[in-house]
Design a protein around this ligand. Structure first.
Ligand code: RNT
Ligand code: ZN
Length: 412
């Protein structure tokens, strides 16, 4: 089937494929830098991630320097339709200096800003509350020791300042997302004290005002992590309440809920009470929250909710997975493309007709049509998007990914 034929099929349903393509190309995906090097970062003494998260595998080609990581991301972007963002973690600083986390400054990140400006890209940012001696017990902002809390408060405060500077320099607000690993392996007897300490530390970090045109604050909840099975201080209820009270962004990571929960269902429910949302699009599998995303029902439903609930304008879509058993650049390209394909499919559905049928109470028609619509020729529209941008699909995509992987495989 040609694109013209597919376009006609969609037109039969009242769907304009050109409008869908235009809308898709306006949606930036925030690409997470940490897939490129297995969440190691570029601090003098960087090691494994800790904090209940872990990248497993030893595939050749891990980026060892900021220059290598930038080259890898550039390559990934070159295979993606549209214009995207880069999501940096504080431990990815690019400087010959060796500041501790409580001493980082904007100037330690300016090579990233210059790189982003050259390419017209936006950046996002995250404080790094893990992989550090002061986080070895998986307690940071909720640590019982005031000195340790102060260290991490200083880190969080500086990250907001750095994020605001970056946002100002690039003319695009930086989403600064706070995730802390804080929690307990076994059942605590004083959850309240831990949560009060986390709350007070967050209040201290958020005390400074930054222009929303430069910085958007987000907080990310979690259910559990490795070694933090009994209690996560920053649970979903904790951060939902906190984000509403502070009117900041709530970050929903798709890997951070019980496996039978439907994260797509949470978008409309939370969006009514927080100003904007941040998504960490991910794929949980058993105890791991961070597999490369597939075109599975979870992702399709997420994209459909974003489109049907009219939430694209108030949702920042970021990816969060790390797989070190495959080509890291391929992981990025497949992950971003899957998110884009899911969004395109949602944009190509006859939304108003389906909503009318549901409002009329005709659930039979809703079932029949939603299942029949799965057979529409979405693939031809995606291939058209790629063809117009001169991007490979299918076997040609694999070839391009393998060629680059072969070039980086010799990295030690
Ligand atoms: C961890 C959180 C968090 C991290 C990144 C590296 O479970 O999902 O977002 O993955 O900050
Ligand atoms: Zn996350």
């Amino acid at each position: 089937m040609t694109y013209a034929q597919a376009k006609a099929r969609f037109a039969d349903w009242g769907v304009d494929t050109e409008a869908a393509i235009t809308a898709l190309l306006q949606i930036p995906i925030s690409v997470h830098c940490w897939q490129g090097d297995d969440v190691r970062g570029f601090e003098a003494k960087s090691g494994t991630s800790g904090g209940g998260i872990q990248a497993t595998g030893n595939h050749p080609g891990r980026a060892r320097t900021p220059d290598e990581l930038r080259a890898d991301v550039d390559f990934a972007y070159s295979l993606l339709p549209g214009k995207h963002r880069l999501n940096l973690h504080a431990c990815y600083l690019d400087t010959p200096e060796t500041p501790d986390r409580d001493a980082i400054e904007y100037r330690h990140f300016t090579p990233w800003v210059d790189w982003a400006r050259d390419r017209g890209l936006g950046l996002d940012f995250n404080p790094t509350f893990f992989a550090h001696a002061k986080a070895d017990d998986n307690l940071t902002l909720s640590h019982p020791n005031q000195g340790i809390r102060d260290f991490w408060i200083e880190h969080g405060t500086r990250c907001r300042e750095i994020g605001a500077e970056i946002g100002k320099a690039l003319g695009s607000p930086v989403v600064n997302n706070i995730w802390v690993p804080d929690g307990y392996k076994d059942t605590p007897v004083d959850r309240m004290a831990a949560r009060q300490r986390l709350q007070a530390s967050l209040d201290a970090i958020f005390a400074a005002e930054h222009a929303k045109t430069h910085l958007l604050d987000a907080v990310e909840s979690k259910l559990f992590g490795i070694g933090v099975e009994a209690c996560t201080v920053g649970s979903h209820e904790f951060y939902l309440g906190y984000a509403i009270r502070k009117q900041i962004l709530l970050c929903l990571d798709m890997g951070h809920f019980h496996p039978t929960e439907n994260i797509a269902d949470k978008l409309s429910a939370t969006a009514l009470s927080v100003p904007e949302l941040l998504l960490h699009v991910s794929r949980p599998m058993r105890w791991d929250s961070d597999h490369v995303i597939l075109q599975n029902d979870d992702i399709l439903q997420m994209a459909q909710e974003l489109v049907f609930a009219n939430l694209l304008g108030k949702t920042h879509i970021g990816l969060d997975f790390f797989d070190a058993t495959i080509s890291r650049t391929a992981a990025w390209v497949v992950g971003v493309r899957n998110m884009q394909k899911a969004l395109l499919r949602a944009l190509l559905l006859p939304q108003s007709r389906l909503k009318q049928i549901e409002a009329a109470g005709d659930f039979t028609a809703r079932l029949v049509l939603t299942e029949e619509l799965r057979d529409l020729p979405f693939a031809q529209v995606w291939q058209e998007v790629c063809a117009r941008a001169d991007l490979p699909v299918g076997g040609a995509l694999l070839g391009a990914l393998e060629t680059y992987q072969a070039r980086v495989a010799g990295r030690g």
